[in-house]
Design a binder for this molecule. Structure first.
Ligand SMILES: C[S@@+](CC[C@H](N)C(=O)[O-])C[C@H]1O[C@@H](n2cnc3c(N)ncnc32)[C@H](O)[C@@H]1O
Length: 358
């Protein structure tokens, strides 16, 4: 049993994690950190299935410490995991820059793939059968190996369940089509995969702050009709889009304060927001457009900008105000593509029913 917890976050978000854990888990003491990785010491043993509902933590688990190579990883595994239990292996690279600032041509993956190959080559299959594939399923015992250039690997483990991403290190694989107008395409796809928000073809959405159109383009490709509010110009790929089912984009080419509820269809399924304004200000319009009666509303998908990491203290209040927009369930995270911002998904009763229904 280890007394250490590891948390992985966006490079630079370490102060946010420390602030969040000071509130959520005041008994923990900061132990060690590297860019994008923070460990804490607990007065009691840390179990691999301990929950941690922290917004800025992308991946977490019981921390086993540094390893110089596969033999040490295998020894750590045998010391913590019951004999015969199958294991899912997650190997990933810590962030090398803030999101969107990667050097040209850089991509995450090759370094982790090489480490994974080395670990798998001598895997003690007789003691711990290796589960095929990387996407974790509920109840899986996951061995976490975090790699970074010029440093030993950092090893941990967890049991997959609520609050954990099924993907190694919480990094969600999204292929961005070359014609996508902005990296918000990736952001929205990550948001939909992370939240499981039941967005379906035929739905109608409004996006507050839609230009140049990455997120709208992702929705259009999913068969959604999108009303985009933005005084800035939309990319022609969005304006000219015509879906097979007739879905398209309608530009409300003005600031959000000049959009009335009557400018939107009565049957609106989703309200999205991604404006570069303080969340307290931006949420006024989201609330006005989503407010009851909105009989068809399934949920809100909101990007909230933060001025700096000290804004973390406002997060509980912001989530409470989104909950008060008629949401049955609200959850938040910092997605891999989020910069100084976080993503919030709120689902109404209808949205939840669609999620759980047949
Ligand atoms: C981060 S960008 C949005 C990216 C967009 N969601 C995409 O998918 O490409 C923020 C946008 O908010 C818009 N914005 C800022 N203030 C606004 C306001 N008062 N009303 C509407 N849009 C606003 C800006 O014009 C800008 O296009």
């Amino acid at each position: 049993m280890t007394h250490f917890l590891f948390c992985v976050c966006q490079l630079g978000a370490e102060p946010a994690i420390k602030a969040e854990l000071a509130v959520l888990r005041p008994e923990l003491r900061f132990a060690y950190s590297r860019p994008g990785l923070v460990t804490f010491k607990s007065p009691s043993p840390v179990a691999p299935d301990d929950p941690l509902p922290a917004v800025f933590v992308r991946a977490f688990g019981a921390s086993l410490g540094p390893a110089e190579g596969p033999p040490q990883v295998h020894t750590m595994l045998s010391g913590t995991c019951p004999q015969g239990q199958p294991v899912r292996l997650h190997v990933w690279e810590r962030d090398v820059t803030r999101p969107g600032e990667e050097p040209p041509g850089f991509r995450y993956g090759p370094r982790a793939a090489a480490a994974r190959e080395a670990i798998v080559a001598t895997w003690p299959e007789g003691q711990h059968p290796l589960l095929p594939g990387e996407v974790a399923e509920v109840g899986d015992r996951v061995l976490d190996v975090i790699v970074a250039e010029g440093e030993p690997w950092w090893v941990g483990h967890h049991v997959h369940g609520p609050g954990h991403s099924p993907f190694p290190g919480g990094r969600i694989a999204v292929d961005m089509p070359p014609e996508a107008p902005s990296r918000a395409y990736r952001k929205l796809e990550e948001a939909l995969i992370w939240s499981g928000a039941p967005v379906r073809p035929g739905d109608v959405a409004v996006e507050i702050g839609s230009a140049p159109g990455g997120a709208s383009y992702a929705l259009l490709r999913r068969g959604v009709t999108v009303y985009g509010i933005d005084p800035a110009l939309m990319d022609p790929v969005v304006l000219d889009y015509r879906g097979a089912a007739g879905n398209r984009f309608i530009h409300l080419h003005r600031p959000m304060s000049l959009v009335q509820r009557a400018d939107l269809p009565p049957a609106l399924h989703w309200v999205l927001m991604d404006v570069n304004l303080a969340p307290q200000v931006a949420l006024i319009t989201a609330r006005r457009l989503a407010a009851r009666p909105r009989h068809a509303l399934h949920g809100v998908l909101l990007t909230l900008k933060l001025d700096d990491w000290r804004a973390v203290r406002h997060v509980p209040r912001l989530l409470a105000s989104i909950s008060a927009m008629g949401m049955d369930e609200v959850k938040a995270t910092q997605l891999p593509s989020n910069r100084m911002e976080l993503f919030v998904c709120g689902l109404t009763r209808l949205g939840r029913q669609r999620l759980t229904g047949p």
